[in-house]
Design a protein around this ligand. Structure first.
Ligand SMILES: Cc1cc2nc3c(=O)[nH]c(=O)nc-3n(C[C@H](O)[C@H](O)[C@H](O)COP(=O)(O)OP(=O)(O)OC[C@H]3O[C@@H](n4cnc5c(N)ncnc54)[C@H](O)[C@@H]3O)c2cc1C
Length: 368
């Protein structure tokens, strides 16, 4: 495929899901730098769907994505979601954050501190003032989601080339020439789904950057002691100000310091001090015994200044499409963003409301 209709740069969930959808109407080629798809943020997430997570635009994207994740026709045989629930807990200082989360949300129950401890008995009762319980929060099977989109893409004739780092993007007439060390391909449309590297890709193409900032977020897996029973049924628990969170994961407990340290895009790993401080915050809020983690990792959550994803054609470069800035929501919003990318790149009407399409358009940065 030396001259596809659309070249997608980035084989994470954003690029792969969009490529799979667009391959219904177009010849699509995905170029991924790493030897495998999903190696960066996509393979390092907490794999959770939370309907009320994020601002109003994100909540609209979450709502549009949920039916696809629940009934992924053409992507997987059965639902990619499974029940989990989310419990947000607040001490006296975090009550405002709790109120802000509940505002404008749906399906959120206010619960007492006693009820919170009944749900998750490791919580320290004396520190708690109130809680919110969101029953509809669910686990996402990220691997099945990604593999399902890959199968769909390939069944429609789309291609993924791994070990293919894009090193140059040149405007040639009405096309973009995209070069890796071993390939040179042209297409009228390039989709920039390069995750934390999306501004670097724009710079390569001479397109105005969107001011993307990658932030490191870390997590550990810790064994659940044998005298604690029923842990696999706990909801995801988080402090209202998101200073830590934890969730059961394959018989262990995933604990995150919910760190958000700005870094340059790179193959990120956790900082020992950040992990230690985060685990200390978790230890202050719970009676869970902190031992040596069985595994630790970090990934990048990349945000623009308004913490809202960016999807749409660049106002300053014909055929250059942005699909970036998904922050901490890129897995759960991928079906809606992939459908929007498909619509806009293949000349169809978007299913999303106009105000949502406008809110995520890269044109908002051109104005600034
Ligand atoms: C700890 C953590 C927890 C998270 N939890 C959740 C969660 O519970 N729910 C949720 O929805 N989201 C969560 N997220 C966020 C989510 O993981 C991301 O928003 C999402 O994975 C972004 O997908 P992406 O495809 O844009 O990026 P990536 O998966 O990073 O993919 C971008 C790809 O582009 C490739 N690339 C870059 N430059 C080039 C180049 N020059 N040439 C070729 N390829 C290139 C990279 O190699 C990479 O594979 C979490 C993130 C982290 C770090």
């Amino acid at each position: 495929m030396t001259s596809p209709d659309i070249i997608v740069i980035g084989g994470g969930i954003a690029g792969i899901s969009a490529a799979a959808m667009m391959s219904e109407d177009a010849e699509v080629l995905v170029l991924e730098r790493e030897p495998q798809t999903g190696y960066h943020s996509t393979g390092r997430s907490a794999a959770t769907f939370i309907r009320n997570y994020g601002n109003a635009t994100l909540r609209a994207l979450n709502a549009a994505s949920e039916p696809v994740l629940a009934q992924p026709d053409g992507i997987a045989e059965s639902s990619l979601l499974s029940p989990r629930g989310e419990l947000l807990v607040a001490n006296e200082e975090e009550l405002d954050a709790l109120k802000a989360y509940a505002a404008g949300g749906s399906g959120i129950d206010h619960i007492t501190a006693d009820e919170a401890v009944q749900l998750v008995p490791i919580l320290k009762r004396d520190r708690l003032v109130a809680g919110l319980y969101e029953e509809s929060a669910q686990d996402i099977d990220v691997d099945r989601l990604l593999q399902g989109y890959i199968r769909l893409l390939r069944s429609r004739g789309g291609q993924i080339v791994t070990n293919s780092e894009v090193v140059a993007i040149i405007r040639e007439g009405n096309d973009w020439r995209v070069e890796t060390k071993g390939l040179s391909v042209t297409a009228p449309v390039v989709v920039n789904a390069a995750g934390a590297w999306a501004d670097i890709i724009a710079n390569m193409a001479g397109v105005q950057k969107i001011g993307l900032q990658p932030f490191r977020r870390s997590a550990v897996l810790m064994a659940v002691p044998s005298d604690i029973s029923g842990a696999e049924k706990w909801p995801l628990i988080a402090s209202a100000e998101e200073t830590w969170y934890a969730k059961p994961d394959a018989g262990k407990l995933l604990i995150s310091p919910a760190d958000e340290d700005p870094v340059d895009p790179h193959d990120v790993w956790p900082d020992d001090m950040v992990l230690a401080e985060g685990l200390h915050r978790f230890e202050e809020a719970t009676n869970f015994p902190i031992t040596r983690p069985t595994h630790s990792w970090a990934g990048l959550r990349s945000f623009t200044s308004d913490r809202t994803p960016v999807a749409g054609f660049a106002p300053d470069a014909p055929g250059f499409f942005w699909l970036a800035g998904q922050g901490g929501y890129g897995v759960q919003t991928s079906p809606a963003l992939a459908a929007l990318t498909h619509a806009l790149c293949c000349g169809k009407s978007p299913a999303l409301a106009t105000e949502v399409v406008t809110a995520i358009s890269p044109a908002r940065f051109a104005l600034g």
